[in-house]
Ligand binder design. Structure first.
Ligand code: F6P
Length: 319
């Protein structure tokens, strides 16, 4: 009988619980034993373990956050911390680890794999910055949260003839900004991948003001610059009064959407199936409707380019 550990690490994302449930139940169906590791790599080093049975993951599929809790462990990113983790994994007879998280978490998974630990990764991060999957768990829910907020902001913006600069998450990726701008009918998205032209933005906003449009919306990815900086650059130039909203961690919470529940359930199942077939060192993903496995090294280092035409289309539609 195999004994596997499951952990969630880095920033939480809606749907992590659905992935946990799926991997636990898929492993139990193979007759394996499952250890839930609390608080990510920190909990691995301090042996915060809990045996999980089928009932332990009952009724969690629909909850945001992660029942295992999560952390960004500083200790694990030092050689000594990682060696300690390997010793603990061996001491507890853990044959393989399922690691649910984003870029930093899968970097940790790669290190463990290189140290001889059997690992499989499940992409869970609202940023959608991992290569090897069209969508990571939590992205769809975060987008829905953002557009619900933007819809509400538009109500007040148009009641006051205001331009709103709205900051969304995305440390190195403009995915959330572009997609939410397109889906909410915003006029601009400012993203880390493309330098922004403040003159072009202010020119278009000024024209909208002169045409007596009631509002304008600019979505800024936090990785590009801050919404306050953009507001400073636009204020007094565009006619509209300006206001800033930073959506912050509200984007990471909430019940996962159907899409996130579906990919999380499949990722959990196929990650365990991959281990059962003797695999290690890869991340499960969904590419053009197919389940694929990508080496950790590629998943964390290859760039997932933003489709520039989406930016162009979004700006054209938001005239
Ligand atoms: O990586 C996910 C993410 O939500 C980023 O978008 C954001 O920059 C970061 O985590 C915030 O991290 P924390 O919750 O530690 O402030």
């Amino acid at each position: 009988m195999k004994r596997i550990g499951v952990l969630t690490s880095g920033g939480d994302s809606p749907g992590m619980n659905s992935a946990l449930r799926a991997s636990v139940r898929a492993a139990l169906a193979l007759g394996w034993e499952v250890i839930g590791v609390h608080r990510g790599y920190s909990g691995l080093i301090s042996e915060e373990f809990q045996r999980l049975d089928s009932r332990s993951v009952s009724g969690i599929l629909q909850f945001g956050g992660t029942i295992l809790q999560t952390a960004r462990s500083k200790e694990f990113f030092l050689d000594e911390g990682r060696r300690k983790a390997v010793t603990i994994i061996k001491k507890n007879g853990i044959d393989a680890l399922v690691i649910i998280g984003g870029n930093g978490s899968l970097t940790g998974a790669l290190k463990l794999h290189e140290l001889g630990v059997t690992t499989v990764g499940i992409p869970g991060s609202i940023d959608n910055d991992l290569y090897g999957t069209d969508m990571a768990i939590g992205v769809d829910t975060a987008l829905n949260t953002i557009i619900n907020a933007v819809d509400k902001i538009k109500d007040t913006a148009s009641s006051h003839d205001r331009a709103f600069i709205i900051e969304v998450m995305g440390r190195e990726s403009g995915y959330l900004a572009v997609m939410s701008a397109m889906a909410s009918g915003a006029e601009f998205a400012i993203v880390p991948e493309v330098p922004y032209d403040i003159k072009a933005i202010s020119g278009k906003l000024r024209r909208r003001y002169e045409e007596k449009r009631s509002n304008s919306i600019i979505i800024v990815a936090e990785g590009a610059t801050s919404a306050y900086q953009i507001e400073k650059e636009l204020r007094d130039e565009i006619g509209f009064e300006t206001r800033v909203t930073v959506l912050g961690h509200i984007q990471r919470g909430g019940s996962p959407t159907v899409f996130d529940r579906l990919i999380a359930s499949q990722f959990g199942y196929f990650a365990v199936d991959f281990l059962n077939k003797g695999g290690s060192g890869k991340m499960v993903g969904l590419v053009k409707d197919d389940i694929v496995f990508t080496p950790f090294q590629d998943a964390i280092s290859r760039v997932r380019p933003i489709k520039k035409e989406l930016l162009t289309i979004m700006e054209l539609l938001g005239t």
